[in-house]
Write a protein that binds this ligand. Structure first.
Ligand SMILES: Cc1ncc(COP(=O)(O)O)c(C=O)c1O
Length: 389
């Protein structure tokens, strides 16, 4: 049997496998604490749910335009102006089934066989596999020894004449870093001198706890001609299962992304569009209480972990993850993947291995769980660090 070489190069995510195993173990009655999930634990706000129900009852159950209906795209244009001080035309906006689909179609629209895309580790797992499936080559820039984003000198050392695009994600999953205005300016000025596409994934925008989120485009408008701003409602409004993501891009690229969607998922459902408009119009104030809760949990987690031995991490400023360096804890021959399997089997804690993020030797703990689970989990983790294995 022969299959597509491109698709064979796509690897399944170790995090999803771990999560599935954790769910399976829970079903057999084991008290597994799950820190591997990438979604908020609080519900979608009632006003959004109510609008979807109302809309369903009113019969918004048919196909909608590919790339999003006019009302939804206008709501996104308004949101980008209100939150990010960025002006776009509606024909620059494409809505899809999650930021994931939008990113996939963006890579497929941009990449030719052999094109390279720079990815700074740690990075969200799907970027690399979507790039491979689109015929491109992800060029992975390793995690800097000091954490955070690699320096421009290091990034430059990975650039070649085949570099087509650079992916940027702040607030960052999994590292939790958020670039300051000055850092954005420095990065943007460097990128503006290149002929690359810049794909800026801003899906954790509302989860920037210490400094306000700024889009790289806001700080460096000169990037606009080759800039793709990606965002979505999954994280901001706890709407992971609703599947609403979007991009704002130059109109020629937006047209290609939309055309691909018209041949794959076609559109998102009308009742979800209507609910998404309510969410976008309400914006951050609707989520403020939940986001404060997340920030409080982050603070509790950091405070607790700093008092204990073994935890090595940079305090995150955004998203809802703590990215731990465990290289000093691994036994000879052990990897963060095998260690995460051991944590699940022996200590009943599911925690994503760094291998999922192009960063072997690290673990990602999601603190979007209740406080008791969080503290219990940190306690179990510390015991696991010192236990014999
Ligand atoms: C950095 C990042 N980008 C994009 C996504 C995709 O989000 P969605 O497809 O739910 O909109 C995720 C989801 O975990 C993510 O962490």
């Amino acid at each position: 049997m022969t299959f597509s070489k491109r698709i064979l190069s796509v690897k399944s995510s170790p995090t999803l496998a771990l999560n599935a195993k954790a769910v399976q173990m829970s079903k057999t009655g084991k008290k597994v604490l799950n820190f591997a999930i990438g979604e908020p634990d609080y519900p979608t706000p009632g006003v959004i749910v109510d609008r979807a129900i109302e809309s369903l009852k009113a019969g918004r159950t048919r196909y909608t335009p590919s790339g999003g209906g006019p009302e939804l795209r206008q709501a996104i244009v308004n949101k980008l102006l209100r939150d990010n001080d960025l002006t776009f035309d509606v024909n620059q906006i494409v809505v899809g089934s999650g930021a994931k689909e939008i990113l996939f179609h963006t890579f497929m629209s941009l990449l030719n066989e052999g094109d390279e895309v720079l990815l700074t580790a740690p990075f969200w797992v799907s970027y690399a596999d979507q790039i491979r499936a689109s015929g491109g080559t992800p060029i992975i820039i390793p995690v800097p020894e000091v954490g955070g984003m690699p320096s421009l000198e290091v990034i430059e050392s990975y650039a070649t004449d085949k570099t087509k695009a650079f992916i940027f994600n702040s607030p960052n999953n999994p590292a939790g870093y958020v670039l300051t205005e000055i850092e954005l300016k420095i990065l943007g000025t460097y990128l503006a001198a290149k002929d690359w596409w810049v794909i800026s994934d801003e899906i954790y925008e509302y989860m920037s706890f210490d400094i306000p989120h700024l889009s790289l485009l806001q700080v460096c408008p000169e990037l606009r001609e080759k800039f793709v701003l990606v965002n979505g409602l999954s994280k901001a409004f706890s709407m992971t299962g609703w599947r609403v993501g979007y991009c704002a891009a130059p109109k020629e690229l937006a047209a290609l992304v939309k055309s691909l969607q018209s041949h794959s998922s076609t559109c998102i459902p009308g009742f979800i569009e209507d609910a998404a408009v309510v969410a976008l119009k309400a914006g951050l104030p609707l989520m403020e209480k939940d986001i404060k809760k997340l920030r409080d949990r982050r603070d509790i987690a950091i405070r607790t972990m700093k008092k204990l031995d073994g935890f090595k991490f940079i305090s995150p400023r955004g998203a809802y993850y703590i990215f731990m360096d465990i290289r000093h804890l691994l036994l000879p021959g052990e990897t963060s993947l095998s260690f995460s399997e051991y944590l699940l089997e022996k200590h009943l804690i599911a925690i994503a291995p760094g291998e999922s993020f192009g960063a072997p030797g690290y673990l990602r703990l999601s603190y979007a769980v209740n406080e008791t689970t969080l503290l219990d989990g940190i306690d179990r983790l510390q015991k696991a660090f010192v236990a014999e294995r």
